[in-house]
Design a protein around this ligand. Structure first.
Ligand SMILES: N[C@@H](CCC(=O)N[C@@H](CS)C(=O)NCC(=O)O)C(=O)O
Length: 257
């Protein structure tokens, strides 16, 4: 859809922070600016969906022009609206932590919250490592780094997360019997792997971990998520994600050594 990206390059330092906090505490609507992909921004989409928020997903129309209108020159960016006031936040972890807290997905107490942050951090780190070492690496070395990634980082992540999920009773959640930010982030990570050109190889490793698969399915089939996950929009997003990662450099140009 057509939209104009508001200039949010500068952080709002003129409105008292107490007023901005009120916008965040009682938002009327949200806009999430992100590429038409299931990648770094997908967890924020899912959190807004899970929370039943009044939200709209928007995509850049001309990223190179819009890049400098964002706080850090990258996406996702979340616009939080209340009346004529707006708060803009960016950086994936800041956006996800705010949304998860707002929608009650950070556990029942500080201990649970800290564990949720730990699982979330572990899955987000694996995503970042995969992006850096495989997806956005020089095409001529990607096959090699993929092998290393599968044998070390992915294998270790699968082993440790599977153990923790089994210890929680293999009920589709990391903590207790309740959905959390960590559940949603990990479900997205697994889906993100499945969309890659090497999706079958990556999923073969993950499929050996039944508790991880159960977690993914629990998130996908949650009644608050199910309708969106099966919508035409979600199907289009999955298709554009698969197509994009066949050759991510088609959009950005090949890196130089
Ligand atoms: N540190 C940022 C990184 C986000 C990021 O790398 N976003 C990518 C899309 S997944 C992006 O905006 N790429 C376009 C660019 O860097 O120009 C975060 O965690 O939000």
């Amino acid at each position: 859809m057509v939209h104009s990206t508001p200039n949010a390059a500068q952080i709002n330092r003129t409105t008292p922070s107490s007023e901005l906090a009120q916008v965040m505490a009682h938002p009327e609507s949200f806009r999430l600016l992100y590429f038409p992909l299931e990648a770094q921004g997908q967890t924020s989409r899912d959190l807004l969906t899970y929370g039943g928020a009044n939200w709209e997903g928007i995509t850049p129309q001309n990223w190179l022009e819009e890049k400098d209108k964002t706080p850090f020159g990258c996406l996702p960016v979340l616009y939080i609206n209340k009346g004529d006031k707006q708060v803009v936040i960016s950086e994936t972890h800041a956006v996800e932590n705010y949304l998860a807290k707002h929608f009650g997905l950070m556990g029942n107490n500080e201990y649970e919250e800290t564990l949720i942050r730990a699982f979330h951090c572990s899955s987000a780190s694996l995503f970042a490592s995969f992006q850096a070492t495989v997806v956005w690496n020089l095409p001529e070395v990607r096959e090699k780094t993929l092998e290393g990634f599968k044998a070390r980082q992915l294998a270790h992540w699968v082993k440790t997360h599977e153990r923790h999920l089994m210890e929680n009773g293999n009920n589709g959640h990391y903590i207790g019997n309740k959905m959390s930010l960590a559940d949603i982030r990990t479900a997205n990570l697994i889906k993100h792997f499945s969309f890659q050109p090497w999706g079958a190889e990556l999923m073969e490793i993950i499929s050996q971990a039944p508790a991880l698969i159960k977690l993914r399915d629990t998130v996908e089939n949650d009644p608050k998520m199910h309708q969106w996950k099966n919508s035409d929009e979600a199907k289009k997003l999955a298709a554009s994600t698969k197509a994009f990662f066949v050759n991510p450099f088609a959009a950005t140009g090949k890196p130089t050594a």
